[in-house]
Design a protein around this ligand. Structure first.
Ligand code: GDP
Ligand code: MN
Length: 387
């Protein structure tokens, strides 16, 4: 789960990390009032669950409350497109107004889970600011990396090494080491998958301050964080993924045109491989789970049908606890609510497979039933040609 910058900064602040003074507004009038309270000038920042705002017009420095009001009016209610949002952009319903900082230098600081190293890794760079992806691509040596043993925890010497590695002024080594330690506390306490400060700035007054903040949380740990669940903003999420999560279906939207419906994560991955072997790309990862009900199957199938990018559907069910006839009934139920305009290829094996296949064959849906994955791949290919 992602949260907005202003929410992330509130959490960082609770853990002793310095952030600029500011307030959040959902109307131009409120933006004006907050700017007055800040002393007349502000940075106006569009709140969306994506970065790249600075380069996309989502961050404006203004010199008066009137300017803040009009900058807010230009952002609120619109969709902001950045290189991280995709062409459809993300809706701006809040702007953050902050006391402008005079920046003397920008650094990058983040903690992520490195699945290769199987531990949290702290990344830091002197080349912070807007385009860390470019730094990683062209001069990766400019990014320092320190892995943290999760049992021993982050050690003070590691924080100091990072601070020295960033070539910080001598009087900021200690504050920086403390800040890194505090960010690690946030990361652990809140079950983050990402905690990022970019830029971490040194101001003209020689102070460290987190000018931007991004926190992502591990969905599987949210059950123990009621305080984080309240921060969720589903307007920022893919509508199909929001819908899927209501029904307990694992669904991730992808870029291809083959809608896949599968029971079990391993089978889902195998099915996506088969799809690629058919020179096609999956439109989604969709796992209804081992014990899905007819209702869940129907909801999952409706998700596929309502995705405009889906041009063909591949269903791969291995009947166990989920019986094939139940899956077939779910598919038929969904197609009675949403019109089916795309070819459907189904492979069903396992418990009550014949019954399931009969239900589909008699449904009038024009389903192509196949026996194995090779055949499934061929049919998916043909469906593209036919389509
Ligand atoms: P992002 O582009 O979505 O990551 O948004 P950021 O919050 O990182 O802002 C982008 C850029 O705006 C930063 O790298 C800074 O250069 C600039 N910026 C942000 N806050 C301030 C501020 O208070 N004062 C000044 N002068 N620049 C700022
Ligand atoms: Mn940033």
């Amino acid at each position: 789960m992602k949260v907005h910058e202003y929410q992330a900064k509130a959490i960082l602040s609770e853990f002793g990390i310095p952030v600029p003074k500011g307030g959040v507004a959902s109307t131009p009038q409120a933006a004006r009032r907050i700017t007055e309270e800040l002393g007349g000038s502000a940075v106006v920042k569009a709140q969306i669950h994506a970065g790249g705002r600075g380069l996309a017009g989502g961050v404006k420095v203004v010199g008066s409350p009137q300017e803040a009001e009009s900058a807010a009016r230009n952002l609120l209610g619109k969709r902001l497109v950045t290189h991280q949002t995709g062409p459809e952009g993300a809706p701006v319903s809040h702007v953050l107004l902050e006391e402008p900082a005079k920046i003397s230098k920008e650094y990058y600081l983040a903690i992520v889970i490195d699945s290769g190293a199987r531990r949290p890794v702290i990344m830091a760079s002197e080349a912070g600011g807007m385009d860390i992806e470019a730094v990683a691509a062209t001069s990766p040596e400019k990014i320092l990396r320190v892995a943290v043993n999760p049992i021993i925890g982050l050690q003070p010497f590691q924080c100091r090494n990072l601070a020295y590695g960033l070539n910080l002024p001598a009087d900021l080594i200690r504050p920086a080491a403390t800040l890194i330690a505090n960010l690690y506390k946030v990361f652990q306490a809140k079950d983050c998958s990402l905690a990022e400060i970019n830029p971490l700035a040194i101001t003209a007054e020689g102070q460290l301050v987190a000018l931007d903040a991004k926190l992502n949380f591990d969905d599987d740990a949210l059950f123990r964080h009621a305080e984080l669940q309240e921060l969720r903003d589903t307007d920022q999420e893919d509508p199909l993924e929001v819908e899927a999560s209501k029904f307990g279906i694992s669904y991730v939207k992808l870029d291809g045109d083959v809608g896949c419906m599968v029971n079990g994560a391993g089978l889902a991955m195998a099915t996506m491989d088969v799809t690629s072997m058919a020179d096609a790309m999956p439109a989604n990862f969709l796992d209804v789970g081992g014990g899905a009900t007819e209702e869940q199957i129907a909801q999952a199938f409706k998700l596929l049908l309502s995705d405009k990018q889906v041009k063909r559907i591949l269903v791969n069910v291995f009947g166990g606890i989920l019986r094939c006839d139940v899956a077939a009934r779910g598919i038929v139920a969904a197609s009675q609510e949403v019109e089916v305009k795309v070819p459907i290829v189904v492979r069903m094996l396992g418990t009550n497979a014949q019954e399931g296949r009969d239900i589909l064959a008699q449904s009038g849906l024009g389903v192509t039933l196949v026996n194995d994955l090779k055949e499934a791949a061929q049919m998916i290919k043909q469906a593209a040609v036919a389509g």
